[in-house]
Design a protein around this ligand. Structure first.
Ligand code: HAM
Length: 416
């Protein structure tokens, strides 16, 4: 038994799982890059106040923050999500708008660990600052949707809602608060007292007393002001025009408080309700100001890497690749020949590996098999003397002796 283990709620990502991870990030980076998003890398910790602005009333801020004092007495916190960091960077550097950023970043939340719920999880996300245009909402939602489709997930539901803005939400909140006040006793323990402080949180509550008590609660979608209604209408029309299927979800309020207007979530039908959110996001109208910048609208999403891979496991898609390298160099002369040949092949852009420690031919061939290599390049004393190598197709067992000077060219041909 090892003395040390990864802390609760964290996990190591080892091969072959890590290669799926790598492919997922690469696929997302390509998709975001094609749409004009550029990578932003921000610190893993910030002043606590940066993250507090995502919502003083949320669990993320009230209960789950990894905050600490550093040796200089600064109050810092590990990033619980990606949006606040990007917005803080935007306010600090004031890039031109629209500012389109993507990121792949660890996030930290002190949650109760369970399947698909970690204390360190990883998000692939985008944020766009500087425009309210509903066509951008269509672009952003479609990017999240298409990423799930890229990896082959079939059971994904896109839920869509609008949370209104400063013009229409206050009146709605009053209506909702009055509705909840009449049903105070019926709410779950956590929300009986907090309902008046943040009534939207009650709609987000998954516990049965709250879902029962709010089954007929007034819907924000029915109380939007005209500009918000128009905006949302353009978003839904735009998604329909791109054939992105979605379902309206009037109760979808999300777990962070900065949202205004469009909000969305991608849920997997292959996962249990406790961890079925593959990702989510939406517009935030006030966050830039809350972090000291000029009034600037923003929108973005975060996709949970672990959740997406969990859903892929459940659906049997996006499997880890069976092979790590295409070629294995087998050297029975001591190892220096393998060094030279592996270098030559790698310089030619061919993935290859070799054994170390003067292992037997049999052991080296076994390693080739384990790596899923398609070809072995074999070199022994007779090949060295003749200036050749033996090329072996590991699937058919066929082999041929070839001139050493032709090895890269012929290996490339055989792999084609
Ligand atoms: P979020 O919904 O809190 O949104 O997190 C985004 C995704 O991260 C979730 O849908 C889920 O897949 C994953 N996730 C969250 N917490 C955990 C956890 N403890 N373990 C595993 N996966 C988790 C945000 O964080 C927003 N910043 C999204 C956004 C960007 N909104 C606007 N821009």
């Amino acid at each position: 038994m090892a003395e040390f283990r990864a802390p609760p709620g964290t996990h190591d990502v080892l091969p072959p799982e890590s290669s799926r991870w790598e492919r997922l990030v690469a696929l997302f980076a390509r998709r975001a890059g094609r749409a004009g998003y550029a990578l932003v890398v921000s610190p893993v910790f910030e002043e606590l106040a940066v993250f507090s602005r995502v919502g003083e009333e949320t669990d993320v801020v009230r209960k789950e923050m990894y905050d600490f004092l550093d040796k200089g007495g600064r109050r810092l916190a590990l990033r619980p999500e990606g949006t606040a960091s990007v917005v803080r960077a935007f306010v600090q550097h004031r890039p031109l708008v629209p500012f389109k950023a993507w990121y792949a970043a660890p996030s930290f939340r002190y949650e109760r660990p369970q399947a698909g719920r970690y204390r360190q999880h990883h998000q692939l996300g985008v944020e766009v600052l500087g425009t309210e245009d509903p066509e951008l909402d269509v672009e952003v939602v479609t990017l999240a949707w298409a990423t799930c489709r890229d990896i082959g997930l079939g059971g994904v539901i896109l839920l869509l809602n609008s949370l209104g803005d400063d013009a229409c939400r206050p009146a709605y909140l009053q209506t909702l608060t009055a509705y909840l006040a009449e049903r105070g006793d019926e709410l779950c323990d956590a929300h009986r007292e907090r309902a008046a402080v943040n009534p939207l949180r009650v709609l987000d509550c998954k516990r049965e007393p709250c879902t029962n008590a709010t089954a007929d609660a007034p819907r924000l979608l029915d109380h939007l002001c005209e500009p918000c209604r128009d905006h949302f209408g353009r978003v839904t029309a735009g998604l329909a025009a791109l054939d992105v299927p979605f379902a309206l979800a009037p109760r979808l309020v999300r777990g962070l408080d900065y949202y205004t207007r469009t909000t969305f979530e991608l849920q997997s039908t292959a996962l249990d309700a406790a961890q079925n959110a593959l990702g989510g996001g939406g517009r935030y109208g006030r966050l830039v100001e809350a972090l000291g910048g000029p009034a600037t609208p923003g929108i973005g999403f975060g996709l949970g890497v672990e959740r997406i891979l969990l859903a892929a496991d459940h659906e049997g898609v996006f499997a880890a690749p069976a092979s790590t390298v295409a070629v294995w160099v087998v050297d029975t002369t001591g190892g220096a020949e393998a060094t030279a040949l592996a270098h030559l092949l790698r310089e030619a852009g061919i993935s290859c590996d070799r054994s170390f420690d003067g292992r037997s031919m049999r052991a080296q061939m076994k390693s080739a098999d384990r790596a899923g290599a398609r070809l072995a390049v074999i070199v022994g004393p007779s090949e060295v003397a003749a200036g050749t190598v033996t090329l072996k197709d590991l699937a058919t067992g066929e082999q041929e002796e070839i001139g050493r000077e032709d090895v890269a060219k012929l290996v490339e041909e055989r792999l084609r």
